[in-house]
Design a protein around this ligand. Structure first.
Ligand code: TMP
Length: 211
C-alpha cells in the first residue's frame, strides 16, 4: 500500500557523548530551513510514566533487574508509536535521538542475549535512515560531563560500541556510519546531504516495521 506525502524517520545512534544531540539539533535546523516540517524527539522520553522510572534508574536512584529495565525502555518507545505514525503520515519528518538499537546495544552489552533484546522492538516503525556516530573509545572520555549517569563508564561503552558495530553491519541498507571524530561542521554536512536526498525519496513510500 502506498501513502501520500509523508515525513521521514531519521534516527541518531551511538555511544554516550558521541555528539548525537548536537547533530540532531543541527539536522532539525537544516531541514526546517528548507521548509520541511520537522519535529525532534529523543528516547528515553523521560516525561511519560515509563520515562520517569527510567530516569530514576539512570540517575542511580533505583535499581531494577536488567530484563525489567530493558522492557521499560522498549515500552517507552511503544508508548509513542501512535504519535510517531500520526506525525509521519501527516508529512512531518521526525529526528529521533536514540531508538531500538540503543535498547539492544545497552542491554546486550550487559551480557543478555541479542535476539532476546531485539524481540520487543519488532513491530515498531522502521527508520528510513540511522546515522551512527562512531567514536573511537579513547575519545569518549575526553567528551564533556562524561561519567555522571549509570552507563557512562569507558569499559561498558566499549561493549556498547561492539554491539552497535554488529548492528551496523547487519542493517547496512539503511545505517550510515559517520566518523564522529570529524568536526561538528563536517559531520553535519555529511548527514544533511544524506537526509536531504532521502527526504525526497520517502514520498509515497509505506511505513515499514522492524522485523
Ligand atoms: P540519553 O543520554 O541519550 O538520554 O540516554 C540515556 C541512557 O539510556 C544512555 O546511557 C543510553 C541508555 N539507553 C538504554 O539503555 N536503552 C534504550 O533503549 C535507550 C533509548 C537508551
Amino acid at each position: 500500500m502506498s501513502v501520500g506525502k509523508r515525513g521521514a524517520l531519521f534516527v541518531f545512534e551511538g555511544c554516550d557523548r558521541c555528539g548525537k544531540t548536537t547533530q540532531s539539533r543541527l539536522l532539525a535546523e537544516f531541514l526546517k530551513s528548507k521548509g520541511i516540517p520537522t519535529l525532534s524527539m529523543n528516547f528515553p522520553e523521560r516525561e511519560s510514566s515509563t520515562g520517569q522510572v527510567i530516569n530514576s534508574y539512570l540517575t542511580n536512584s533505583n535499581d531494577l533487574p536488567d530484563e525489567v529495565i530493558h522492557l521499560m525502555f522498549s515500552a517507552n518507545r511503544w508508548e509513542y508509536m501512535n504519535k510517531i505514525r500520526k506525525e509521519l503520515l501527516a508529512g512531518t519528518t521526525l529526528i529521533v535521538d536514540r531508538y531500538s538499537y540503543s535498547g539492544v546495544a545497552y542491554t546486550a552489552a550487559k551480557g543478555l542475549d541479542f535476539d532476546w533484546c531485539y524481540a520487543p522492538e519488532r513491530g515498531l516503525i522502521k527508520p528510513d535512515a540511522v546515522f551512527y556516530l562512531k567514536t573511537a573509545s579513547d575519545n569518549l572520555l575526553s567528551r564533556g560531563k562524561y561519567g555522571e549517569e549509570r552507563y557512562e563508564k569507558l569499559e561498558f561503552q566499549q561493549k556498547v560500541a561492539e554491539v552497535f558495530n554488529r548492528i551496523c553491519e547487519q542493517e547496512s541498507s539503511y545505517w550510515h556510519q559517520i566518523d564522529a571524530n570529524q568536526s561538528v561542521a563536517e559531520i553535519h554536512t555529511q548527514i544533511s546531504g544524506i537526509a536531504e536526498k532521502l527526504q525526497q525519496q520517502v514520498d509515497g513510500q509505506p511505513l515499514n516495521k522492524l522485523a
